[in-house]
Design a protein. Structure first.
Length: 549
């Protein structure tokens, strides 16, 4: 049966919305039609639907013996690979060996996880905290590479001195890897993880021949529980502030993320500006949700005060941001700058600061609407360009980091090229979260923001799309490649492929992208003018300081 003859319906899979269900169906189609699984018995039913499951307890019917036939298929596959079928776990070893991508989406939530033993067990987490400090954040849902990289960024000395103690098991001999983080990653990938140590777990358990690909449908994120609060997408955010991706904020996000982590460690005993209980949290003086940049400077606030501030600015915040601009520091992202420039000098009270906060929130929603238009026009490479991936190609340190007047300060930012695989993971995550935010925004039906319906805005967006459509063949190739990686219903979404693609994305300025961005900035000027003209309207002038999110 040809690929386009498979008519599996997403509605019969998954329980958390059609977007997840469609992703799992895309994955099934990719696996069923992949050459690796040629000859799998009863792959597609007579009605064109995939027979993904083949339980052993079928008592009758056309597919009563599918389970046994598939076991024979797996045995033949194992023998062709030289895997001894008389030894334990031969079938799971085979399933891991032949899997085309090494990862799969969860049927319940869509989270893509790796099939290898790369996720920390509770004992490993305890060791990290024992040797690196109780405040070191690590979860059972993030690949061990990310935790190791974070430990290295925080304190290379502590990581190197405690590495053997952290990763030792009775079955693993930890070699002397010196003080080279790349050698550590190579050893983890090539020696440690393949041996499946007891302190690591796979992202998904083997289940051949019951499932077509040889793995459970539910990944580690949803296996055995439905704890949405500990979903992998939430747990992996730690020192990477997801909001900077979701709100498409500009700024040196690598340096800002690094500093956020250091606030939790090096500055944990510093007092808070609000006088509240410590340890301090890193407050964006200009909220990301209003379109301000994610930059390496934060005010130290208690957790309660930071949460209460939400997306509100005070007069003090506005004056401080203006002071930063007077020092040639960019504080507002490209889409927020027009409105910010028009109204920042109008603020002379907390009430007017709140008024501007509300206006900037509406402005941000209009920017999202414009970005969604670009997204729907499939100009994906331009959107990736806006995400400023190049920041991930370096690692940073802060010389003489401290706090003064409850604000982080340092003498200089020390930079050097980042040579580890972690940069590609950071880039791919930024793309994935940013695109998902646009896709989610498109699907929303209930938006409370004020949307500027101006013909001039529409025309400028069309002009930008036209500029992008006339880009050279290299740009068009980039569009096609990322579309195939993320959205193809035949190929499915591959996290590994996205990482590799992100590493090859051009870091230099692209002329057509800069032209399109300039046109979209003009569109946001029109939006900013429209919102600014409502300075005295009831929508923004309120006696109570209420949340407008």
């Amino acid at each position: 049966m040809e690929k386009n003859e498979i008519i599996d319906d997403p509605s019969q899979y998954g329980s958390k919305g059609q977007s997840w269900a469609s992703e799992f169906v895309a994955y099934m189609k990719a696996i069923v039609t992949h050459p690796t699984y040629n000859g799998m018995p009863d792959a597609v039913k007579d009605d064109g639907k995939i027979q993904w499951e083949a339980p052993s307890n079928r008592s009758g019917g056309q597919y009563q013996f599918t389970h046994n036939k598939r076991r024979d298929w797996w045995r033949a596959k194992a023998e062709s690979l030289g895997i001894d079928t008389k030894k334990d776990q031969w079938i799971s070893k085979t399933a891991k060996k032949i899997h085309p991508t090494g990862e799969k989406p969860c049927k319940r939530c869509g989270e893509i996880m790796r099939i290898a033993y790369v996720y920390p067990q509770a004992n490993l987490i305890k060791r990290f905290k024992k040797y690196l400090g109780e405040d070191f954040e690590i979860s059972t849902m993030e690949p061990i590479h990310e935790a190791v990289q974070r430990a290295y960024d925080l304190s290379p000395e502590n990581l190197f001195s405690s590495f053997k103690k952290i990763f030792s098991t009775k079955d693993a001999l930890i070699p002397d890897l010196g003080r080279n983080i790349d050698d550590i990653f190579s050893w983890l990938d090539n020696d440690y993880i393949p041996n499946e140590p007891s302190i690591l777990s796979p992202g998904v358990m083997s289940n051949a021949p019951d499932r077509f690909d040889g793995f459970h449908s539910f990944n580690r994120c949803c296996r055995g529980k439905a704890d949405t609060g500990r979903h992998a997408a939430n747990l992996r955010s730690y020192t990477t502030d997801r909001r900077v991706f979701e709100f498409w904020s500009e700024g040196d996000w690598i340096a800002a993320d690094r500093l956020m982590g250091l606030v939790k460690t090096l500055l944990r005993n510093e007092p808070n500006a609000d006088g509240g209980e410590g340890p301090p949290t890193a407050d964006h003086i200009g909220p990301l949700s209003l379109g301000f940049c994610h930059r390496p400077e934060f005010k130290l606030l208690s957790k309660a005060a930071n949460s209460a501030k939400n997306n509100r600015m005070s007069l003090e915040d506005v004056l401080y941001l203006i002071e930063c601009e007077n020092k040639d520091i960019s504080v507002a992202s490209w889409y927020a700058k027009p409105l910010w420039d028009q109204r920042k000098l109008s603020v002379d009270s907390d009430e007017k600061a709140l008024r501007l906060s509300k206006m900037l929130r509406d402005n941000q929603r209009n920017a999202m609407k414009i970005l969604c238009s670009i997204f729907e026009s499939e100009k994906y490479a331009f959107l990736v360009y806006l995400l400023e991936l190049h920041y991930a190609d370096r690692k940073v340190e802060f010389e003489n980091l401290r706090s003064e007047k409850f604000v982080t300060i340092f003498d200089s930012l020390l930079e050097e090229p980042r040579t580890t695989k972690y940069s590609s993971e950071q880039k791919s995550r930024r793309i994935r979260i940013g695109f998902e935010a646009l896709r989610t925004y498109i699907e929303k039906n209930n938006r409370h923001g004020f949307e500027v319906e101006a013909e001039a805005v529409s025309e400028l967006v069309k002009e930008a799309i036209n500029i992008l459509s006339c880009s050279n063949t290299e740009v068009q190739r980039l569009d096609d490649e990322i579309k195939e990686i993320i959205f193809s219903q035949e190929g499915g979404r591959s996290e590994y492929a996205l990482r590799e693609w992100a590493q090859t994305f051009p870091s230099q300025e692209i002329e057509s992208f800069e032209k399109a961005k300039k046109v979209l900035s003009s569109a946001m000027l029109v939006v900013g003018n429209a919102i600014s003209s409502m300075w005295d309207s009831d929508r923004y002038v309120r006696e109570e300081f209420e949340d407008v999110s």
